[in-house]
Write a protein that binds this ligand. Structure first.
Ligand code: UDP
Ligand code: MG
Length: 309
């Protein structure tokens, strides 16, 4: 059977949302009039979501369950979805129904018009704390400024991609992943569709500040050398200041113009440069650690159960 649409939903402890997700995706996709599959990637859930996924898959063969051996993180779960998807168009959607499945029809519409990546842009966002909204907004703008790839702002992973795009993404084996950046990097004909991001259907966010921070680091290190270059800039600036200051101090001394009580100045200069050096070292470490991870070449994820075909 030929599959036109693959819907990928990463699941991490979403037992309450699962039946509703299935119901709404089914309603929408049946209306699309083509064959579709729902790939539920269980990212090491511990709340019984795994059993629920098996149960749903038993009852309806349009569901393809991919069950991880442990939690590998949202981005990796999305990646596994790409690997198992068979459709001509692949849609990534959050399982908590913050991305309304009804919007998929709008994405499909654009795909039929010939666009190969249709990303959903968050116009309004409901039910999220000001802190999340503020950090998210800052994050998108920072990434946009410092990365080499123009990643559309206010855009999450909710998107539709053509088979051609997914085939390219499947070849990108990087370990620390930022799917929305990767799908911007590949090029192709892209377009955005604005939608209203709903509140979570049930449960709480699976993205505490720590995970958001790591995601931001993946985005920055994965798509930019800017942090590495900062050390060079700061180095040039400090050296510039020193070159100007040395003759100035010498002249002042010789003309008896000023006596310097230098302790505090020396301390500040030493602490400042020491700080800059340590931060630069940390930045280097961040890139080297990532290199090391790539060099090990471990599999990106481990599945306990996956569809055979
Ligand atoms: N998720 C996942 N693995 C994780 C964390 C999250 O598969 O380690 C899934 C989660 O189940 C949801 C999606 O990723 O389907 C987005 O997570 P969440 O809604 O918690 O993030 P937020 O919308 O709060 O940024
Ligand atoms: Mg969410």
């Amino acid at each position: 059977m030929k599959i036109t649409y693959s819907i990928i939903a990463p699941i991490y402890n979403e037992i309450e949302s699962l039946p509703e997700l299935y119901r709404r995706v089914k309603e929408v996709m049946d209306a699309s009039g083509a064959n579709w599959e729902l790939i539920l990637v269980d990212d090491g859930s511990t709340d019984g979501s795994t059993e629920k996924i098996r149960e749903l898959a038993q009852a309806d063969k349009t569901i393809r369950p991919v069950i991880f051996a442990r939690n590998f993180g949202h981005q990796v779960a999305v990646t596994a979805g790409w690997d198992y998807a068979r459709g001509d168009a692949v849609v990534i959607i959050d399982a908590d129904l913050q991305d309304p499945p009804e919007v998929i029809l709008d994405l499909i519409q654009k795909w039929k018009e010939g666009y190969e990546v249709v990303y959903a842009v968050r116009g309004e966002r409901e039910g999220e704390s000001w802190f999340k909204l503020w950090t998210a907004s800052l994050f998108y703008r920072l990434i946009y400024r410092i990365t080499d790839v123009k990643i559309p702002v206010d855009t999450g992973d909710f998107r539709l991609m053509d088979r051609k795009v997914v085939n390219v993404l499947k070849q990108m084996k990087e370990r620390h992943r930022f799917p929305r950046g990767m799908s911007a990097w590949v090029g192709f004909k892209q377009v955005g569709v604005t939608y209203k991001r709903a509140a979570r259907f049930a449960g709480t966010t699976k993205y505490p500040f720590k995970k958001m921070f790591r995601l931001a680091l993946n985005a920055i290190t994965g798509f930019s050398y800017f942090p590495l270059q900062v050390a060079t800039y700061v180095g040039f600036i400090s050296a510039g200041i020193a070159i100007l200051a040395i003759p100035l101090v010498a002249i002042l001394r010789m003309t008896g113009g000023g006596s310097f009580s230098g302790q505090a100045t020396t301390l500040i200069a030493v602490l400042f440069l020491g700080g800059v050096q340590l931060i630069s070292l940390g930045v280097l470490g961040e890139y080297i650690g990532r290199l090391y991870d790539e060099a090990k070449g471990r599999p990106l994820y481990i599945v306990r159960e996956a569809p055979e075909d």
